[in-house]
Design a protein around this ligand. Structure first.
Ligand code: ADP
Ligand code: MG
Length: 240
């Protein structure tokens, strides 16, 4: 579903992605982990062209994301992205936040889009928050609205960049549970996370990045019990 081939990227003189190669099969969930500054956000943002790349290619469901002929808006409707900061529209209700893109971008009828928004919100445990504004919701609730908003576009792939890092501890679980539920539907996902227990439990592969490179790719059991590289061992000794 996602093919990343020989990707290189620099910010000015600093190379932050170095010869990145990775394939994520359909319905698989990959965790992207590693120290701060490793290039995790840059890589995941490159998948839906929030960042440009200088060399290489990223193909999502057959579409070369960075090719000049590619309609990037179409790509972005196929790829849901959930950020650390929820970025909801403060002046719109939960239902409006979730239905606005389907109405404006996909030209779906308002009633139909709102019905779908309500069903997504309900499935994420927000059945009583349809008319709430972001300011009236907790961080965990806002992040679940953001997940519903991404899902409303019927994406083929979901990308998460540290979805729980801005949340108080007691709200982390409700957001992880939502992602877990999504995993059970067969959604293809890449999740940048510091939640090692979560990564170990739901991900098919752990992708460990450091210094702009993919250092190790392994199934969770193997990665967490018997990492191959010193770099990964060192990282795990600090976070586990
Ligand atoms: P991670 O998400 O793993 O913490 P990032 O992808 O955010 O890492 O950053 C990788 C490197 O790229 C870091 O050295 C960071 O300072 C640099 N970087 C990220 N975004 C920018 C930017 N917009 N301009 C310049 N440097 C950046
Ligand atoms: Mg980051």
């Amino acid at each position: 579903m996602i093919q990343i081939k020989q990707v290189n990227k620099s910010f000015g003189p600093i190379q932050v992605l170095k010869d990145i190669n990775l394939e994520v099969p359909e319905s698989h969930i990959y965790a992207l982990i590693g120290p701060s500054g490793a290039g995790k956000s840059t890589l995941i943002r490159s998948i839906n062209a929030l960042e440009t790349i200088q060399a290489g290619e990223i193909v999502v469901d057959g579409t070369s994301v960075h090719a000049s002929k590619t309609d990037i808006n179409k790509v972005r409707t196929d790829i849901g992205f959930v950020f650390q900061s929820f970025n909801l529209y403060p002046h719109l209700t939960a239902v409006e936040n979730v239905s606005i893109a389907p109405i404006q971008v996909k030209k779906i009828q308002k009633e139909q889009a709102e019905e779908k928004a309500k069903s997504l919100l309900t499935s994420l445990g927000l059945g009583d928050k349809f008319a709430s504004y972001p300011g009236q919701l907790s961080g965990g609730q806002q992040q679940r609205v953001a997940i519903a908003r991404a899902l409303a576009m019927d994406p083929k792939v979901m990308l998460f960049d540290e979805p729980t890092s801005a949340l108080d501890p007691e709200m982390i679980k409700e957001v992880l549970d939502s992602i877990r539920k999504l995993a059970s539907t067969g959604m293809t996902m890449v999740v940048v996370t510091h939640e090692m227990g979560f990564a170990r439990e739901i991900c098919n592969q752990i992708v460990f990045m450091a210094d702009g490179k993919i250092v190790e790719v392994a199934p969770p059991e193997q990665f967490f019990t018997n990492p191959e590289t010193e770099r990964a061992k060192d990282f795990l000794s600090k976070v586990l």
